[in-house]
Design a protein around this ligand. Structure first.
Ligand SMILES: Cc1ncc(COP(=O)(O)O)c(C=O)c1O
Length: 338
């Protein structure tokens, strides 16, 4: 089988194996390998009724040296533990999570895109309440599983600015809700506003803080950052997901001699940024060309709208280079699997 690596989209594709593990009677069982894409599930499972579920997303890359690299997968393990604490799921131990990621990647080695194709292997860990309950309470049984698929770049057009729309009539997360956790309910809550943004011709919705609608929260399923005066500025908020990409970019920015500020970012500050972007595992950085505040009749523009800014470009190339082994990983973020 030879896949058309250069023309892969970002979508579900069947690969050879997934790995699964069940938590029952207070204990995690053995990690099992399956080639079935389906999961037999009780019709009363809490994930189906009450959204008792958490997921993660990370990638594996093939380097120029042909070796397979994973990027910061311990951080995903730690974030899934936070999500589990937040909605009372059984916690997946860090070692089990990391072992499962490494195992499923190696089992599906033939699906890991070669170096230079711009593609990677997307890894999707999932933790769901599979025990049945009809009252609102945490399940007694959980299933942790991971499946993988090769994916192309998130945006077909490549590293080019996108336009986003400020969302003023929806919130993806409440001020003291679950926005800081990677749980399904947040994504269900965001689908309407993202669909509205698409319908209006924008790449995604830019969310504001739910309490006052004064500060920038997140940008669709990605964090937000702005660049000005040699400073990387990114929102501090309880209702945004702590992005591993964002934290990595902050460290890179510091290494490049920039200042880093993590603080509330008022919407009006958009007019002062030299560059803005969204960041996350899927695209690393999506530079933003325009932010439309449609309800207030204001559009904030950055650069010429078609060329990514120099700082975003440098950050993007450096992080991607470290992930795929083209650049030295001075932070020890990647793990080579042999
Ligand atoms: C809501 C949300 N914000 C931010 C991110 C970016 O996080 P990361 O960089 O860890 O992929 C994601 C994607 O995981 C997300 O779903």
């Amino acid at each position: 089988m030879e896949l058309d690596w250069k023309n892969l989209g970002f979508g579900i594709m069947k690969t050879d194996y997934n790995v699964r593990c069940v938590f029952k009677d207070g204990l995690w069982g053995e990690l099992e390998v399956s080639s079935d894409e389906y999961l037999p599930i009780h019709i009363g499972a809490t994930c189906l009724h009450y959204g008792q579920e958490s997921f993660e997303g990370l990638k594996a890359f093939t380097g120029k040296d042909g070796r397979i690299r994973l990027f910061r997968h311990k951080e995903n393990a730690l974030r899934m533990i936070e999500s589990a604490k937040g909605i009372h799921l059984a916690e997946v131990p860090i070692e089990l999570f990391m072992e499962a990621v490494e195992k499923v990647v190696m089992l599906n080695k033939r699906f890991i895109p070669p170096h230079g194709t711009g593609a990677s292997l997307y890894i999707r860990p999932l933790l769901i309440g599979t025990g049945p309950e009809v009252g609102v309470k945490p399940a007694a049984e959980y299933t942790f599983l991971i499946f993988v698929m090769p994916v192309g770049p998130y945006f077909k057009a490549g590293f080019k600015p996108v336009d986003v729309m400020i969302c003023r009539d929806h919130d993806r997360a409440a001020p003291l809700g679950t926005g800081h956790l990677k749980v399904g309910g947040n994504y269900a809550a965001s689908m309407g506003s993202i669909a509205d943004a698409h319908q209006s011709g924008f790449a995604t919705a830019l969310y504001l803080d739910a309490k006052e609608k004064k500060y920038i929260d997140e940008c669709g399923p990605a964090n937000f950052f702005g660049i000005k005066d040699n400073t990387y500025i990114t929102p501090k908020s309880h209702s945004i997901l702590p992005s591993i990409t964002n934290r990595s970019l902050q460290d890179l920015a510091k290494q490049m001699g920039m200042k880093v500020e993590v603080r509330p970012v008022p919407v009006e500050e958009l007019s002062t940024f030299e560059e803005v972007g969204a960041c996350g595992t899927a695209a690393v950085i999506s530079p933003i060309g325009k932010v439309a505040d449609v309800d207030n009749g204001i559009t904030y523009s950055f650069g010429d709208g078609v060329t990514p800014g120099p700082v975003s470009t440098k950050l993007y190339e450096t992080l991607l280079g470290m992930q795929n082994g083209d650049l030295e990983d001075s932070f020890g973020w990647t793990k080579i699997l042999d």
